[in-house]
Write a protein that binds this ligand. Structure first.
Ligand code: ADP
Length: 163
C-alpha cells in the first residue's frame, strides 16, 4: 500500500529564491506527497535578505503549489529532517562544480541519518548558470533580472539596490 505521507525537505539559503530553485521545487513536489522548503541561516554567507524576507518571497512564489510549505530551521539539517519525519533531502545539481561539495555533504548526512536519502535533481538546462549570487550582482548594477527570478523578487531586489 502506498505510504500517504512521503515528506521531503529542500534546504537552502534562498537569498533570494530564483527560477532555478522554483524549477527544482516543481520537480520535487511531483515526486513526494509533501515538500518542505527549509530556509537556513548559512553561517558562511552574509545574506542580503533576512530569513523572514526570504521566507515571504518563497511563500509568494509557491502559493499555487498545494503540497509545498516553507519553514525555517537552525542547527543540523538531519536532526530537523528526522523531526519532520522526512524520507529525503532534495538538492539541485547544476554542474560538475556542484558535485564535490554535494557528494561530501550527502555522505556525511547519510552517516548522521541513514534512513534519509539525498535526492539530486537537475533543473532545466536554461537554469544551470543561475544562482542567487549572480542575480544579486546583476541587480546591484541595475541589470535586467526579469528572466532569473519571480516578479516579486525582482521588485524586492530593485528596492534593495535603489539609488
Ligand atoms: P545553499 O547555500 O544551501 O547552497 P542555495 O539557496 O544556494 O543554498 O541553494 C539551495 C539548493 O538549490 C542547492 O542544492 C543548490 O544546488 C540548488 N540550486 C541553486 N540554484 C539552482 C539552480 N539555478 N538550478 C538548480 N538548483 C539550484
Amino acid at each position: 500500500m502506498k505510504d500517504q505521507n512521503k515528506i521531503a525537505i529542500y534546504p537552502g539559503t534562498f537569498d533570494p529564491i530564483t527560477n532555478g530553485h522554483l524549477d527544482i521545487i516543481e520537480r520535487a513536489r511531483n515526486l513526494f506527497d509533501m515538500l518542505i522548503v527549509a530556509v537556513t541561516n548559512n553561517p558562511y554567507k552574509v545574506p542580503l535578505f533576512t530569513v523572514d524576507e526570504r521566507m515571504e518571497m518563497i511563500k509568494n512564489s509557491i502559493k499555487n503549489l498545494t503540497n509545498v510549505i516553507v519553514e525555517n530551521f537552525d542547527g543540523l539539517l538531519m536532526d530537523y529532517a528526522q523531526k519532520k519525519g522526512a524520507i529525503a533531502v532534495v538538492r539541485g545539481l547544476r554542474a560538475i562544480s556542484d558535485f564535490e561539495y554535494e557528494f561530501q555533504m550527502a555522505l556525511v548526512n547519510r552517516k548522521l541519518a541513514k534512513n534519509i536519502a539525498t535526492v539530486f535533481l537537475m533543473p532545466n538546462e536554461k537554469y544551470t548558470y543561475l544562482n542567487s549570487t549572480i542575480v544579486k550582482e546583476v541587480a546591484k548594477f541595475h541589470g535586467d533580472i526579469s528572466s532569473f527570478v519571480p516578479k516579486e523578487v525582482e521588485l524586492k531586489l530593485k528596492e534593495k539596490f535603489a539609488n
